[in-house]
Write a protein that binds this ligand. Structure first.
Ligand code: NAD
Ligand code: USQ
Length: 404
């Protein structure tokens, strides 16, 4: 038992794995600003994917070193930095023993579904990187920091699109007269989304077997770019992906509207998902840390605030664009993914609200500001990167060495 843990006056020490990425950077700054002692652990592999595929963030992003120097200069707060790959257990062990985290927030995975479907090597990389990285974190907690709370980023995509309501992690089923509460069925639809299912299973097992305390945040699609902290200085600016591999639906639509590209609705556009503002991502993670799971507990929260179909998002962006004088068109792009385009969707998301989440719902003013932000940086857009180029069905064993 670590004596210092019982001293509640000491700030919690939070290790943010993947803290140079989109969600992780915003979260690391937010937690630092709120008085937590923060360390970022990142291999910077996300920046390498951009180089390899010829992609770039809409917004220019400073190096992680300059980002942290700027944060220190503005706020006087230090965020420690460990550059390395969490699949390397020796690196992770050193990092754990040096920083001694009370909580680990784990964002550090390959997170693009299309990336995982480019070719065999990317599918294998995604599952190795994500599943082994998470296993290493679990072993590091067991070996060095038994009391440490794991806050793991999962995805709503683990559940797929079943024709019944989606519960938060567990469902109570009565079968042949007997009743049990079981993990909610998983039907992921990319090698990336499947890596998250494998992670969830490994985490659930180690909670049971070793008494690890963990929260799986099944996050929906994130949109937006600004948070209170990343807006403080241009060197703190977050990345914003709009390309067909890493860009996500609403962020892409805003950038497309800004440059006069038709909005790319895949197939019929009835695909419905949970969405949330990046300002709520940081709030949710903070709530999970402040209210930790109990030892041995595998807690699952569905982390999104509203559901939209792709067609609904396109309509919202068209309306908001019109107000700014933009002529926004929509096209139906043949869907290169394998997914239901018309389906029932009703997912529960009450547990974070019960902990105190105050959602920033998608509003006209947010869409205005995201569109204006995209207009400000529209000269940086490479329109060749907008159309989707990865096909779920055409994935083969041959390495795609030239960007499609
Ligand atoms: P991102 O790619 O911007 O950031 C991930 C970061 O992790 C990158 O900086 C990358 O370099 C780092 N990383 C990857 N593998 C690593 C390894 N083995 N060792 C050390 N660092 C490693 O992704 P994001 O959009 O910030 O997503 C963060 C997490 O949230 C992911 O787990 C993702 O699955 C989840 N999530 C994201 C969204 C979204 O819309 N962006 C939605 C739901 C869930
Ligand atoms: N879509 C379009 N047009 C586009 C982009 C997307 O119609 O231009 C559709 C997709 O076909 C899909 C839906 O919009 O049906 C969402 O796609 P997305 O690319 O925005 O999101 P997704 O691939 O699901 O992945 C993202 C993140 C991932 C996270 C996931 C949360 O990249 O890390 O896990 O959102 S969720 O969707 O809830 O699983």
């Amino acid at each position: 038992f670590d004596e210092s843990r019982s001293d509640s006056s000491k700030p919690q020490r939070v290790m943010v794995i993947g803290g140079d990425g989109y969600c992780g950077w915003a979260t690391a700054l937010h937690l630092s600003n709120k008085g937590y002692e923060v360390a970022i652990v990142d291999s910077l592999v996300r920046r390498l994917f951009d180089h390899q595929l010829g992609l770039d963030s809409l917004t220019p992003i400073s190096s992680i070193h300059n980002r942290l120097r700027c944060w220190k200069a503005i706020t006087g707060k230090t965020i420690e930095l460990y550059i390395g790959d969490i699949c390397d257990f020796e690196f992770l062990s050193e990092t754990f023993n040096s920083f001694e985290p009370d909580a680990v927030v784990h964002f550090g995975e390959q997170r693009s579904a299309p990336y995982s479907m480019i070719d065999r090597s990317r599918a294998v990389f995604t599952q190795k990187n994500n599943v082994i990285g998470t296993l290493n974190v679990l072993f590091a907690i067991k070996e060095f920091r038994e009391e440490c709370h794991l806050v793991k980023l999962g995805t709503m995509g683990e559940y797929g699109t079943p024709n019944i309501d989606i519960e938060e992690g567990y469902i109570t089923i009565t079968h042949n007269g007997r009743t049990d509460t079981l993990p909610y069925p998983k039907q992921a639809s990319s090698f990336y989304h499947l890596s998250k299912v494998h992670d969830s299973n490994n985490i659930a097992f180690t909670c049971k077997a070793w008494g690890i305390r963990a929260t799986d945040l099944n996050q929906g699609v994130v949109y937006g770019v600004k948070t209170d902290e990343t807006s403080m200085h241009e060197q703190l600016c977050n990345r914003l992906d709009y390309d067909g591999v890493f860009g996500t639906a609403l962020n892409r639509f805003c950038v497309q509207a800004a440059v006069g590209h038709p909005l790319t609705v895949y197939g019929k556009g009835g695909q419905t998902r949970g969405y949330l503002d990046i300002r709520d991502t940081v709030q949710c993670v903070e709530l999970a840390i402040a209210n930790p799971a109990k030892p041995g507990e595998f807690r699952v929260f569905n982390q999104f605030t509203e559901q939209f179909s792709v067609n609904e998002l396109a309509a919202l962006v068209t309306k908001a664009g019109k107000k700014l004088g933009l002529d926004v068109q929509t096209i139906s792009v043949p869907n290169s993914r394998v997914e239901a385009e018309e389906h029932y969707y009703n997912a529960k998301h009450t547990k974070l609200i019960e902990l105190g989440l105050k959602p920033h719902l998608l509003s006209d003013s947010l869409l205005d500001s995201l569109l204006n932000f995209a207009i400000e940086f529209k000269d940086h857009v490479d329109t060749k990167q907008i159309m989707p180029s990865v096909s779920w069905k055409k994935i083969g064993v041959k390495p795609q060495t030239v960007p499609a």
